[in-house]
Design a protein around this ligand. Sequence first.
Ligand code: ASP
Ligand code: MG
Length: 247
Amino acid sequence: MKVLKFGGSSVGSPEAIKQVIDIVNKQEVETVVVVSAFKGITDLILKISEEAVQGLDSYKSEVENIRHRHLESIDKLIPKSKKTPIIQYTNRLIEEMNDLLYGVFLVGDLTLKTKDHLLSFGERLSSFIIANAFESASCIDMRHCISTNSKHGNAQVNFELTNKNIEKTFKNFSGISVIPGFIAANKKGQITTLGRGGSDYTAAIIAAALDAEVLEIWTDVDGFMTADPRKVSKAYVIDELSYSEAL
Ligand code: ASP
Ligand code: MG
C-alpha cells in the first residue's frame, strides 16, 4: 500500500487535478490519496471569516467565488451523467459554510472552534470532488479517523484512538481512497485542525498507522530546495539530504 499526498498547488486547477488522477491511476498497489484544499482556499476562508466577524458583508461575494471555483472543477472533471449529485452535495457544503459565516457576522464572534469548522470546508470540498473525479474511488470522512484533543487550531493527535480508527476504516480496503488532509475531530465529534500545512501530517499519520510501504508528498517543485523558488530565483534542488539536515 502507498500513501500519496497532494498539496494545494497540486490540486490548484482542474488541469492539475487531472495530473493527480493520472499519477494515482499509474500506481499498481492500493493507494490512499491525501489532499489539501484547492490552492488559496484555506487563506481565503480565513480572510472572509475575519471580514464576517467585523460585520463586513464582503464575505458574501467571496463565498460565491469559492462556490464558482468548485463548481467549475466539477464541470471540467466529472462526466455529465455523474454530475448532479456531486453539484448538489457541493452546494450543500457551501451553504453550510455560508450559514456559519452569517452566524459569525451576526454575533460578531469567531472562536477557534468555529474557525476550525469553517476551515474544514476547504478539504471537505476538495476531497469530495477529487474522489468523484476518479472512475472509482472512495471518499473517507477524516472526522472518523484522526482523533484529537480540543486544542482548536493546532490539535494534538490521540494516537491510540486514531490508529484503531484507521485500522478499522481501512480493514477491507482495496483500490483508491481519497482523504481530506488537515482536519480531524475531538472525542465529541467536533471538527479540529492539525495546524497550517497539516495535510503532510495527516498523510504521515495514515502511512504509519497502515504500515504503508511508501509515503510520497507530491508538490509543485521537484524536491527539497535551497529556498522558496517563488522568492529566490537561484534556488535549486538539493541532491541528497539527511533527516537531520532536513530538520
Ligand atoms: N489547507 C491547509 C493549509 O493551507 C492544510 C494544508 O494544505 O496542508 O494550511
Ligand atoms: Mg504544505
